[in-house]
Design a binder for this molecule. Structure first.
Ligand SMILES: *Cc1c(COP(=O)(O)O)cnc(C)c1O
Length: 476
């Protein structure tokens, strides 16, 4: 029967239905059993690779065999990002509506590069970007497009800044002797450095601005550095500020940075990849100060927004600059509707695009903004609970103030002068399979990041992880 899967016939669709029902059942059972699985995969390098044969099969295998391989070979090598005790990196959470939407997107399998290559995809994307803009209370004149990741969005921002600052000369003639300078804080995400490198500025021209005790960029030093660079004949081109750094969730002073950027003629890109989500909540309204002075902004629904990877919302103040940077129109791609519609291939790097708006739409239709906001508040409250626990703990201490749902902690300095015990504690947590956290070294000191953002996380999960940490402390 499996050969039928290559036929769009009544029999072929029957076989597909059976496969599809089995897939949905499998996913449901996965969520039922997820808490009994080790959060971080416990396999050794090469262990999965060597279990696979050297060739694709010439003849089809049975569905049973394929599921057996998924269960027995692939699943042990999966780190369970949707396990409630996944507290590592940042969450990459999802929700049942998002999963279902991805199935439909896969089923339709449309390439959504131009308006006419699927008008619904383009027009729903436009709507979704407007709805997020409203939900986050972003400046009303901004326009957005979905990118695959924040890394791509930041590269897109720097490419646009490069063309804007050079009068669109670099795209045509390449770099001349002008030295373009880019500024960010030492706490910025590594994607900023990567974008600087890829956009051709050279990492020598990425200037790291010092941070204060809260790890926020110091705007007075930014301004001095820019002035200094101008006096040397360099061209200050862009500044990247972060709302919610990856290390500790630090927040750069966006208002002050916007003012400096406009005074000296720099592009201001705001990286809110993770923490952009909290702009949905009125209690964080102060974080929007200065955003209307920014030129571009990114946040990832695919991190803490219940819309699964990949889905990054990129906004710009002036879409004309973006489109002029990205648009290349050979005759076979020219469309008669050009000016009246959005051809999103001109709003980013790739030509081909998935229909990602469907999962945003379906998730928000089936969950609603009230429940989404409640869940984010719930995650923040759980982090506050972790913070309180650490504050009164005899062996642990906070490494930095809690930011949103990010708690950075370590073994007290007087009991762990070189950070070795903190590192060992993190290793033992992760080796236990019961929780997964990330070790980081910030300002030269070890800490563990405990981020509470998995969709289905409850207070009892947090309590069991506290008990896990307590049980490991004597052995580190
Ligand atoms: C996660 C993160 C990124 C990178 O996000 P991708 O979508 O994986 O490229 C960039 N900046 C910050 C602040 C982040 O937290």
């Amino acid at each position: 029967m499996d050969k039928l899967l290559f036929e769009n016939s009544p029999e072929g669709r029957k076989a597909f239905e059976a496969l599809g029902e089995r897939v949905v059942q499998w996913i449901s059972e996965y969520y039922a059993s997820i808490e009994s699985r080790p959060v971080r995969s416990q396999v050794e390098p090469g262990e999965i690779y060597q279990q696979f044969p050297d060739h694709f099969p010439e003849d089809p295998l049975s569905v049973d065999v394929v599921f057996k391989v998924i269960d027995e070979v692939i699943m042990p090598g999966i780190t369970h990002w949707q396990h409630p005790n996944f507290h590592a990196f940042f969450p990459g959470n999802t929700s049942f509506p998002s999963i279902a939407a991805e199935m439909i997107t896969a089923g339709i399998a449309a390439q959504c590069m131009l308006w006419e290559s699927s008008p619904a995809a383009a027009e729903l994307e436009q709507r979704c970007m407007e709805w997020y803009r409203e939900l986050l209370s972003l400046p009303a004149h901004w326009q957005g497009a979905i990118q695959d990741t924040a890394s791509t969005a930041t590269l897109t921002a720097l490419l646009t800044a490069r063309e804007w600052k050079s009068g669109f000369r670099i795209a045509k003639r390449g770099f001349d002797n002008t030295v373009y300078r880019i500024y960010t804080s030492g706490q910025a995400h590594s994607s900023v450095e990567k974008a600087v490198r890829l956009a051709g500025f050279g990492t020598d021209n990425l200037i790291s601005i010092p941070v204060d005790d809260d790890l926020s960029m110091m705007p007075a030093i930014l301004e001095q550095t820019i002035a200094n660079d101008i006096s040397k004949g360099f061209v200050p081109t862009a500044v990247i500020s972060t709302i919610g750094t990856t290390g500790t969730g630090a927040i750069d002073p966006v208002l002050a940075i916007s003012a400096i950027a406009s005074r000296y003629g720099l592009w201001h890109h705001v990286d809110a990849a993770y923490a952009g989500t909290v702009l949905m909540l009125e209690e964080f309204a102060h974080l929007r100060d200065g955003l209307d002075g920014a030129d571009s902004f990114v946040f990832n629904p695919h991190k803490w927004g219940f819309v699964q990877f990949d889905c990054s919302a990129y906004y710009v103040r002036d879409p004309e600059l973006l489109i002029r940077t990205m648009s290349i129109t050979p005759s076979y791609l020219a469309t008669v509707y050009g000016d009246r519609v959005h051809d999103y291939r001109d709003w980013g790097i790739p030509l081909g695009r998935r229909f990602r708006a469907l999962k945003i739409w379906m998730t928000m239709q089936l969950l609603g903004t009230a429940a989404v906001k409640d869940r984010i508040r719930h995650h923040i409250a759980l982090a506050a609970d972790v913070e309180t626990w650490i504050e009164s703990h005899p062996v642990l201490e906070k490494a930095y103030p809690r930011s949103f749902n990010i708690v950075c902690f370590r073994i007290r300095a007087d009991q762990d002068d070189d950070g070795a015990r903190t590192r060992e504690l993190c290793k033992q947590i992760n080796d236990s399979g019961k929780a997964y956290m990330t070790h980081a070294s910030i300002e030269g000191r070890s800490l563990i990041r405990w981020v509470t953002g998995q969709t289905y996380l409850q207070a009892f999960h947090i309590d069991s992880t506290k008990a896990l940490v307590d049980s490991l402390l004597p052995s580190v």
